[in-house]
Design a protein around this ligand. Structure first.
Ligand code: TEU
Ligand code: CA
Length: 575
């Protein structure tokens, strides 16, 4: 939690009782028929968000961008990309959000810029350009000629396949890009870079924005020695992550950012750092309010539990016990100091109900089960567009159906130099590709799901005929209405917001059960994470309780049966 050190511990920060909704503008709603979502499209759906009851809206990037990584490659931080609209339309959107009592958070992507950003254009123009040191430039590895195989300064692989260094023929030096070549990493060692970023952040806050989601913000400090990383079996490049995840100066940078940008106005704001690879001990430091760094972090442990030894594209499925152990550690780890974010969906993850639930016969039950399990943990929940109506993964047929740079690059690297079978690679892509989260939001059963009157930039899921906001709202088993109730519960029930968390039956393979307690009030949450009936263990804290408490929220009608039905969740007020 983020409290002024001088302030008494009386009032927890407002975002401990808030729910955040993430919009991926490209796929949310298209207002002008070009097949791409835009700001006016978002404005037209603000009532949907207000009715849902969310407190904060987080926009994935809408800045000027060549769109190599759908906007996470920014060429002007203070301009709206014409694809999405104009600064005036942004101000109209911001006004609309504020009028409805909600806050607006922007996506801050400052580990890297676009290679078309003027900063990089200047930096790459000559070795003695004043901005040369704004990025990571190095000569070819000692003993190699520039352009020669193996000449990259380190052996690090990019997150989007291939090396993380590209040769610039103009100057004969290599530049670092942890992601695509079109996303050169900024050199945060350079104070001029940091000051330019802070000035931009202040410009947005002065415009009325209420905070930032900070993209891979724990990557901005690298080990300046840039050592090689280990090459894992089956990989073409080294893993440099130990040399850039939560690097040597990361806390110094974030505390400087807090001083230069947030000090004096942090009480009204919300900041969340996206931190792949962050540990609980590091997260305690990042989110300890007395350290004045960030309010909360997105950690990645739980979204890597179904990875096999080969990583993301080596899917092994989830063992619920691994998830319970992981979430229990994070709940305990940040119980006294700091704060958790709670998410299972975003624009980088496959759809929850397909990944961890049953997106067929038990779609409603499993979508609402996972929603309740997530939202009733201690932390700030994040809802990703379409999650609130139980949208599912999409049936991608061939590599041509994908749009995501990470997925497409993986396909060609895997079927090319790594010589994997195309059908096997496609099978894993269909399960884990980020494009599963990026198909257009399904508003209606009509043409293109009411997303656009034009040709959508990516295929609309054919199941929109039955899975869409309009049909869901009209259904007696509405995922949207269940999310409304969860959000209302967080707003009204201090035990949900702040209660102590205690995991139960951690070793049970399909039961997910825990309590939340606060000054005498006790909630019990029991969930059957399976497609079969589940007899609760004889443990008195479970079996009796699951029948004796008063049902606050559940996803089945017909009273409390002795067994939990398939994908059933019960939230029970015990005392
Ligand atoms: O994601 C960083 C990140 O860790 C993910 O790309 C993750 O590595 C991958 O999706 C899992 O395989 C952030 C943004 O959320 C993502 O959309 C961007 O592509 C990336 O940074 C670069 O800006
Ligand atoms: Ca549009």
């Amino acid at each position: 939690m983020n409290r002024d050190p001088e302030e008494t511990v009386s009032e927890p920060a407002w975002w401990t009782g808030a729910v955040v909704y993430q919009i991926y503008p490209r796929s949310f709603a298209d207002s002008n028929g070009d097949g791409i979502g835009d700001l006016r499209g978002i404005i037209s759906k603000l009532d949907h968000l207000e009715e849902l009851g969310v407190d904060v809206v987080w926009l994935s990037p809408i800045y000027s961008s060549p769109q190599h990584d759908n906007g996470y490659d920014i060429s002007d931080y203070q301009q709206i990309d014409p694809t999405f609209g104009t600064l005036e339309q942004f101000d109209e959107l911001l006004e609309g959000v504020h009028q409805r009592g909600m806050k607006l958070v922007m996506d801050l992507v400052v580990n890297h810029t676009s290679s078309e950003h003027p900063w990089f254009r200047e930096s790459s123009s000559s070795t003695d350009n004043p901005k040369r040191d704004w990025y990571w430039w190095r000569d070819a590895r000692e003993g190699f000629e520039a352009g020669e195989k193996g000449a990259e300064p380190t052996n690090w692989g990019s997150a989007f396949s291939g090396p993380s260094w590209s040769l610039d023929p103009t100057t004969g030096q290599y530049y670092l890009h942890l992601f695509a070549p079109e996303q050169p990493d900024l050199n945060w060692e350079n104070a001029q870079v940091r000051q330019a970023v802070y000035a931009m952040m202040n410009w947005w806050l002065d415009r009325g924005v209420d905070g930032f989601r900070m993209d891979v913000i724990n990557f901005i400090s690298k080990d300046p020695a840039l050592p090689d990383g280990p090459v894992q079996p089956g990989k073409l490049w080294g893993d440099g992550s130990q040399y850039y995840i939560s690097g040597p100066r990361i806390h110094e940078y974030l505390q400087e950012m807090h001083r230069e940008v947030f000090d004096g106005r942090e009480a009204e704001l919300i900041t969340v750092g996206e931190m792949p690879g962050v540990t609980i001990d590091e997260a305690k430091l990042f989110t300890d309010p007395t350290r004045r760094e960030v309010d909360m972090v997105f950690q990645f442990e739980h979204v890597g539990l179904d990875y096999g030894p080969g990583g993301k594209w080596d899917y092994k499925g989830l063992d619920l016990r691994d998830l319970k152990t992981s979430w229990n550690r994070w709940q305990k780890g940040l119980a006294q100091t700091g704060w958790n974010s709670l998410y299972l969906n975003n624009h980088d993850q496959p759809r929850l109900v397909s990944r961890f639930g049953n997106d067929g016969a038990f779609r409603y039950e499993s979508a609402t089960l996972w929603a309740a399990l997530l939202h009733l943990h201690r932390g700030t929940p994040y809802i990703y567009q379409g999650e609130e109506i139980g949208m599912t993964n999409a049936p991608f047929e061939t590599v041509e159906d994908f749009r995501d740079i990470e997925s497409i690059n993986h396909f060609y690297e895997a079927t090319g130099p790594l010589r994997h079978e195309p059908e096997e690679v496609l099978r894993n892509l269909r399960i884990m590709s980020r494009d599963n989260a990026r198909t257009p939001v399904q508003w209606t059963p009509g043409v293109h799901a009411g997303f656009t009157t034009g040709t959508p930039w990516i295929g609309v899921n054919p199941n929109h005929a039955s899975i869409n906001a309009e049909s869901d709202r009209a259904s007696s088993r509405s995922v949207f209405r269940f999310y409304q109730q969860l959000i209302e519960l967080r707003h009204k029930n201090e035990t949900v917001r702040l209660g102590n968390f205690a995991m139960l039956a951690e070793d049970h393979p399909t039961l997910y059960a825990f309590t939340r307690t606060l000054s005498g009030s006790k909630l019990l949450v029991v969930g059957n994470v399976s497609g079969s009936d589940l007899a609760l263990p004889d443990d008195p804290s479970l079996k009796d309780s699951s029948l004796s408490g008063s049902l606050v929220l559940g996803n089945y009608d017909g009273g409390l049966t002795p067994e939990l039905r398939p994908w059933e969740v019960r939230v029970l007020q015990m005392t």
